[in-house]
Design a protein around this ligand. Structure first.
Ligand code: GSH
Length: 241
């Protein structure tokens, strides 16, 4: 990394040292992964933003090698950007959304620097005007179950994953897509990051706490570990026969 305000972090203490150098400085953490194409695009955006905002510290964090830092910020998908002042959370931008990231950063630059303590109660959330104005009736549990079952039956093989097959946003989803593609298995997908109700509802419906979730003939089969094992012992071929 060339600019002095753009750093690759190599371990948690390096990360803490960078943050602690100036507790009034705004930092932008970029959680990325090597295999994720959207991250490559956003890394280029970060390089440009670092040039534009020399007073902001930009920290590149490989979400897979820096697991401890990722966990401490609840990183569930890449890319995810965290904006801090010192150690205080100011904002979070999820996905390869360059305009949203640029706006979130610009907002901090135009906000006068204040005592971080007074900012701790400022939730970095978007004002949910949409929620206030949204007069669509709430989906009932029954409707949600029905909708999830329809998605599970939309094709012979359905993968509930983070991101999409060409741009997975989690390493487990990425590996499952690769496994299915390596075996030329046709599948449709559903991006659970696009629908929080399905994301939480499917965990209950299939009694499985994580993603990916592979469905064959409308039935839950398993996550990556199970699918991998089934591929190795021939059970996956049997299920698809
Ligand atoms: N060992 C699991 C790994 C999957 C996993 O840990 N997924 C996490 C992180 S992507 C997850 O879905 N967490 C719940 C959530 O994000 O809602 C498997 O075999 O699939």
């Amino acid at each position: 990394m060339s600019s002095s305000n753009l750093h690759d972090v190599s371990n948690p203490s390096h990360f803490q040292k960078l943050l602690s150098e100036d507790l009034n400085r705004v930092s932008v953490l970029n959680f990325w992964a090597q295999w994720a194409e959207p991250c490559q695009q956003m890394n280029a955006v970060i390089v440009e933003l670092a040039k534009k905002y020399p007073s902001i510290l930009f920290i590149q964090i490989d979400a897979e090698t820096q697991e401890d830092i990722s966990e401490s910020f609840d990183i569930e998908a890449v890319p995810t950007f965290i904006i801090l002042r010192g150690h205080t959370l100011l904002g979070r931008v999820s996905g390869a959304d360059a305009p949203a990231l640029t706006n979130a950063i610009a907002k901090q630059v135009s906000t006068p620097s204040v005592n971080p303590q007074s900012q701790t109660n400022q939730a970095p959330s978007k004002l949910s005007l949409a929620t206030v104005l949204n007069d669509e009736p709430e989906e009932t549990q029954e409707q949600l179950d029905d909708r999830m079952r329809k998605i599970m039956n939309q094709s012979k093989v359905v993968l509930f994953m983070k991101g999409n097959p060409d741009a997975p946003r989690c390493g487990f989803s990425n590996k499952t897509v690769a496994l299915l593609r390596d075996r030329n298995i046709d599948f449709s997908h559903f991006d659970i990051l696009s629908d929080e109700k399905v994301r939480q509802g499917l965990k209950v419906l299939n009694n499985w706490p994580t993603f990916p979730q592979l469905i064959i003939n409308g039935e839950f089969v398993g996550g990556l570990d199970i699918v991998k094992e089934m591929a190795e012992n021939g059970e996956l071929d049997e299920a698809l026969a």
